[in-house]
Design a protein around this ligand. Structure first.
Ligand code: PMP
Length: 458
């Protein structure tokens, strides 16, 4: 497997405490149940430890990089130490930069804005829109969906070799690839893709939005140039994200945002204009007052996952994955979406369709009748989901769309996702709910309201 190995000790840990673990929600059929948050791929609940760390720091909150006061200095230290914690969590190289952003989307847009002139970009059509779309100023080659990890590497090799043949290569190029799919949960062969990119003089950025929360990552071992992830998927939902990696393109680029913090020196010129000397450190792309709470919460989550033992978390998650996949396999009407097949290594993100069911209707029934929160739709990866559904790329499924007949193709899918805070009971309830809904049908009537499928209480 290409994304750093997991140690052989077989112990499995308990779920990590998260906020909301005791929250109960009403059922449309009567009574209340503990909410089963099974939409970690969208946003994971905050780790209790992260919340506690933030609460302990909050009274000491002060302006970062700005003030002479004690709390400002304490906050500045906390902010800068968080950078070091994240660098250690990602096993970055000595001279890599860790830039704090708002999210993965923001990180990839920042990198897109920092591409050197004439840079070509290679991206698989299977990517999340955050990886697919930011490269608007570059020449982009969209690569077809591979059906095996080896085919992914071959496809990239071929595209990069074609580039060399066409232009004599030499110019800058960037490959953007996901570490783990937000649709199938499957791991991509990042190390092999990085080797292929480098062999052809290209660089590579990994969208680790779904990888970093589920799996140890080593920038050094994977030999990738940049990596991006979001705090809110890593149990730190306070509005910060990360772009980490090579300093050179970032140092040479115009600041992502122009303003205070990014500028080292600003002076009026004799001709009335202004001269600006920009920072060459990560601060160059962090203009404005930084989100110290968001950044500190990411560092706290990195520490919590590391201290809990990422290897045992991975083992536990694999058991949850097995429970869900084996349970779904017992229901012939369920089709799990996959690019790389059953044996592919994966994280706790599983998408599926149910024959005879509109996916929005199914997700609404899981919520209203079982207290289970999943997501339905195309998951901001429209080309991939449509390819996996075998559908027309132009069609968009909606709740209430005429897709519920047996044998008909679904226009959208259902996604269940989980992680370090998920108790066994949540995935067991989910499997039971799927079986009951398929066998007995929904207990309630549903209708479409403002584009959402909701229980009909009228
Ligand atoms: N990439 C992947 C693989 C994702 O799953 C997501 C979020 N669903 C993103 C990027 C974008 O993350 P954010 O919304 O935090 O920017």
């Amino acid at each position: 497997m290409s994304v750093s190995t997991v140690a052989s000790d077989q112990s499995v840990c308990a779920p990590l405490p998260v906020l909301g673990r005791d929250v109960t929600v009403p059922l449309v059929t009567g009574g209340e149940v503990t909410y089963a948050a099974l939409d970690y791929a969208a946003s994971a609940p905050a780790l209790q430890r992260v919340w506690d760390d933030v609460a302990a720091y909050a009274p000491y909150y002060g302006s970062v990089h700005r003030g002479a006061g004690y709390l400002s200095q304490l906050s500045t230290d906390l902010f800068e130490n968080s950078r070091a914690t994240v660098a250690a969590f990602l096993d970055c190289r000595e001279d890599d930069q860790v830039v704090f952003t708002r999210s993965t989307t923001d990180s990839l847009n920042l990198l897109a804005a920092a591409l050197p002139a004439g840079c070509e970009v290679f991206v698989f059509e299977t990517e999340h829109h955050a990886s697919l779309l930011p490269w608007k100023d570059a020449r982009v080659t969209y690569l077809n969906a591979p059906r095996t990890p080896a085919e992914a590497v071959e496809t990239l090799e071929r595209a990069l070799a074609g580039r060399a043949a066409a232009s004599g290569a030499g110019g800058p190029a960037l490959v953007c690839v996901t570490g783990a799919s937000n649709v199938t949960g499957e791991l991509w062969p990042v190390r092999e893709l990085a080797a292929a990119a480098h062999a052809h003089g290209a660089r590579i950025v990994v969208d680790a939005a779904q990888l970093a929360p589920h799996h140890p990552v080593s920038v050094r071992e994977l030999d990738v140039d940049w990596i991006a992830f979001s705090g809110h998927k890593l149990y730190a939902p306070f509005g910060s994200g990360v772009l980490a990696g090579r300093a050179d393109w970032l140092q040479d680029a115009e600041p992502y945002l122009a303003g205070g913090g990014a500028s080292r020196k600003v002076a009026r010129r004799a001709d009335g204009g202004v001269d600006v000397a920009w920072h060459t450190t990560a601060a160059r792309h962090e203009a404005g007052s930084p989100n110290v709470i968001g950044v500190y919460s990411i560092a706290s989550a990195c520490k919590a996952l590391t201290e809990a033992g990422f290897d045992t978390l991975v083992r536990r998650e694999r058991q949850l994955i097995a429970t869900v996949r084996e349970g779904l396999a017992e229901v012939p009407e369920v089709k799990v979406l996959s690019l790389f097949g059953d044996d592919a290594p994966r994280v706790g993100v599983i998408s599926f369709v149910v024959e005879g069911w509109n996916s929005s209707h199914f997700a609404a029934a899981l919520s209203a009748e079982y207290g289970i929160g999943v997501r339905d739709g195309l998951f901001c990866a429209h080309p991939l989901v449509r390819t996996l559904l075998g559908g027309d790329q132009q069609q968009v499924g909606e709740c209430g769309a005429p897709e519920g007949e047996p044998g008909e193709k679904s226009l959208n899918a259902i996604r269940v996702s989980f992680g370090a805070g998920t108790p066994d009971e949540h995935v067991e309830r989910f499997v039971r709910a799927v079986k009951e809904l398929v066998r007995d049908g929904a207990q309630w009537k549903y209708r479409t309201e403002d584009g959402r499928c909701v229980p009909d209480r009228g």
